[in-house]
Every structure is written in C-alpha cells, then in structure tokens.
Write a protein that binds this ligand. Structure first.
Ligand SMILES: O=P(O)(O)OC[C@@]1(O)O[C@H](CO)[C@@H](O)[C@@H]1O
Ligand SMILES: [Mn+2]
Length: 444
C-alpha cells in the first residue's frame, strides 16, 4: 500500500490573533497604503507639469481607489474580484474562487480570515491596479523613490563591496580551490545579510546597509541557522568539472530587493562568472512594483547605470563590467507574471509551466529573501524540524538554495529542539531579521 501523504499544515493568517501575520495586516499594511497615498499627494505638481489637468484627475482617482482599499482592509471586508483588464486578472480571480472553495462555507475570503500570503500579495496587486488603470500616470512606480533612497544611503557599503571585489578580481586566476571556496562563502554571506535591507518590513522606513558588509561576517556565522554553503560549493565545483563545450553551467537568481541587496547579488553573480564556476546567470525580477522594495526591470537597469556612472573608480568598474555582461548575453534579466501572483511555488508547474520548464534548465537556483522562502514552503505553520524537501511540496525544478533572513514566522529544516531553544530566550527570533539561512535542496 502506498504511504499516506501527510496533510499540509494550516496557512499563516490574520485569523491567529497576536501572530506576526495578524500584526502585519492590522498595522503594517495600512501604514504602507498610507505612505503610497502620501507619495501620490507629494507628486501632484509633477503630474500637473507633465500631463496637465488630466494628470491631477488621474492622481485623485488613484488616491480614492487606494483609500477605499485601505478601508476594506481595516474593516476586514471580503476580498473582491479584480475588475481591471490587466493580463493576470483572470488568474487572480480564479485563485480567489479557489480560496472561496477552501473556506468551505465559512464566509467569504477576507483580509483577516484568509491566508496572509494571499491577502498581502493581493494588496500589492491592487496598488498596481490603482496606477495602471489611471493613465497618464499609469507607469508611475510609487515605490521608486524609496528604492533609490535605499541605494544612495547604502553608498558606503556599496563602495566597500565593489572595492573588495575589484581587488579580488585582480588575482582571481591564481586562487586555488580552497581560496575560491572561501571567497564564494564570503559573497554568499554578503548576499544573505543583504536581505536585511528590505523596505516592506520596515513599512518603508530607512533600512539601508550602513557599515562595511564584509567586516562583521565572522561574528554573524552563529546566526546562520541552516548553513548549506558546503553543498552549494560541491554542486558548483562538480558542475564545472562535468561541463562540456555544449553544456554551459547556468545559475539562476530569483531576486528580491533593490538597493544594497541587489548590488550584493550582482557581485555574487559576477564572482560566479569571473571564477568560471558558472558560464551564464539568469536574473528573475518582478514585472510590477512589489512588496515596496522588490526589483523590477527598471530598478535593475537603473542600478547598473548608477554604478557605471558613479564617481568612484571601483564602483564604476563594476557597473561597466555588468553592462558588458548584459550586452554579451552572459547575464540575462527575465521577469514573469508568476512571481507577482499569490500562488506558492508548488503550483508553478501547473500555473506557469513555461517558467517551470525554464528553471529546469538551471544547474542551481538561488532564491533570495523572505517572501520567496514563504512561497517555497507555502507560508504554513510547519514544525521547525520538518525537512526542507518535504515543505517544498514537490517543487523541484533544479537544485536550489534559499538565502533568507527570517522576517516572518515560518521556518523548516532545523535540528530537533533548535527552534524551541532559541524561542525560549528570544521570542522575536523569527521576525527580527537577525537570523538567516543558507538552505539547500538537491532536487529529486
Ligand atoms: O522578501 P523580503 O524582502 O525579504 O521580505 C518581505 C517582508 O518584509 O514582507 C513581509 C512582511 O510584510 C514578510 O514576509 C517579509 O518580512
Ligand atoms: Mn522584498
């Protein structure tokens, strides 16, 4: 007889009063909406100058749509179908129907009763609709200023990282395997801790990298709760050894935040190419503004341009090399609608088979950040010691590795008792961003 498939644990949700999801929906999401409304107010003159009265009217309509949204959220109203005609609207509405069926007559899906992942994604999709439906301001990214500010405030850390990296490049050809591995580990950690710098967590408050990103790495090792860096190294070294002329080693990076985190990911990607551990890197960003600080194509290109034209030799050297990588096609930026749908990744094969097939071509996929971790593991109340492979729930396009600082209360793959022990002395350990994981799954 086939072994019974264990039922999935319940989804995190605002219905659990006092949980992190509850506080996020109650406090942080309305705060984010208020900031978005303020941003539009502040740009009123600009809209007028650019588009005349039409621009101001569009701004007013967007603001009233967003105020209505904030009210629906705060009074726990049912989640309503999307009424716009954007390309993903039908998929969203199908997903809402699916949630209706799940609630099994227990009322309509609503902000505090439905899964947190669903309603939080839905809020960002409605913010997008507020703008996209209102030309001529339909291309305005309400989060752009914050992302740029985060980048500029991290300037010193960016300089420190670019300088370190350009020094490293000078003698990268002479490094033996042990030294290469050490450098990989350093840059993996910089990219991991770079994930502290997201803006939805702080509801848009300053969250830039102030100190040198390389200095304190050693002191932070004890905070890496699952550390699979050795596995990442073995995979890359073996892929390199087995590589033939026709089989390139391909690494994919599912990006998270713009600002310092993105720079740390680009440095990691450059290292993988320059060390010949990989031949090509595919970056995956968001096709609409998302979770305040996530990287869109515009943010990606803007960042490379900023580095290129920086008034600092090593920063601009990085930017010039990266632009070159994009031109040569050894770096590729992609976006896909799936990344901004509410589905967790176990449904990618069904909902976005083209994206799943694309990821299957990869030798190794890095998933950056907390939201990607939530989507990898379905955003559920897992026991801490459940194996990562099990929580992935059949999502295995290729070997993958999550680089994530803990900013939401879900975590798997810990040793028995490990989570409980930290919980006893630090009740905020899962949501403070102080802990991180480098968590690998080999796939099949
Ligand atoms: O994915 P990221 O940028 O690391 O984090 C996104 C995030 O701040 O947004 C949610 C809170 O609203 C949490 O899941 C998470 O902490
Ligand atoms: Mn993010």
């Amino acid at each position: 007889m086939a072994a019974a498939v264990p039922a999935l644990p319940v989804s995190l949700s605002g219905r659990f009063k006092g949980s992190f999801a509850y506080f996020t929906i109650k406090d942080r999401l309305p705060q984010i909406l208020t900031r978005v409304i303020d941003t539009l107010h502040r740009h009123k003159n600009e809209f007028f100058e650019e588009h005349g009265e039409k621009g101001v009217e569009a701004e007013k309509r967007a603001i009233s749509f967003l105020s209505k949204l904030r009210n629906e959220l705060q009074t726990d109203k049912p989640v309503t179908p999307l009424e716009d005609e954007l390309p993903d609207a039908a998929l969203w509405n199908q997903y809402l129907d699916y949630q209706r069926n799940l609630s099994n007559g227990n009322g309509e899906p609503s902000w505090f009763q439905s899964p947190w992942l669903f309603v939080e994604c839905y809020m960002y999709r409605r913010i997008h609709a507020a703008l996209a439906q209102n030309p001529p301001i339909d291309n305005f990214d309400v989060f752009k200023e914050g992302k740029a500010q985060n980048f500029f405030e991290s300037q010193e850390a960016v300089i420190a990282l670019c300088t370190y990296f350009q020094e490293l490049l000078k003698n990268i050809k002479d490094l033996d395997e042990k030294q290469l591995k050490e450098e990989l580990f350093k840059l993996l950690q910089v990219s991991l801790w770079g994930n502290k710098c997201d803006l939805s967590f702080s509801a848009g408050e300053d969250s830039s990298q102030k100190s040198s990103p390389l200095q304190s790495l050693e002191n932070m090792v004890p905070y890496i709760l699952v550390n699979d860096m050795e596995k990442v190294w073995s995979l890359l070294v073996n892929a390199k050894k087995n590589r033939t002329e026709r089989s390139n080693v391909r690494v994919d990076i599912i990006l998270d935040n713009a600002g310092f985190e993105l720079v740390s990911d680009l440095v990691l990607a450059d290292f993988l190419l320059s060390s010949k551990l990989a031949d090509e890197i595919y970056f995956h960003g968001k096709s609409i503004p998302w979770y305040v600080s996530d990287t869109t194509k515009h943010d990606f290109n803007w960042t490379v341009k900023q580095l290129q034209s920086a008034n600092h030799m090593w920063m601009s050297r990085c930017g010039i090399n990266w632009e070159g990588n994009l031109k040569k096609g050894v770096w590729v930026f992609c976006d896909h609608m799936f990344w901004t749908l509410p589905h967790d990744f176990s449904s990618m094969g069904g909902v976005a088979p083209d994206l799943y097939a694309e990821l299957q071509k990869s030798n190794l996929i890095f998933f950056k950040g907390d939201l990607n971790y939530r989507k990898l593991t379905g955003d559920r109340k897992w026991e801490y010691s459940v194996p990562f492979h099990q929580a992935l729930n059949k999502f295995h396009p290729a070997p993958l590795c999550s680089l994530r600082t803990l900013k939401s209360d879900t975590q798997v793959g810990l040793k028995p008792g490990q989570g409980e022990q930290i919980q006893a002395s630090e009740p905020e350990w899962m949501v403070s961003g102080k802990y991180g994981v480098v968590q690998f799954d080999a796939g099949l």
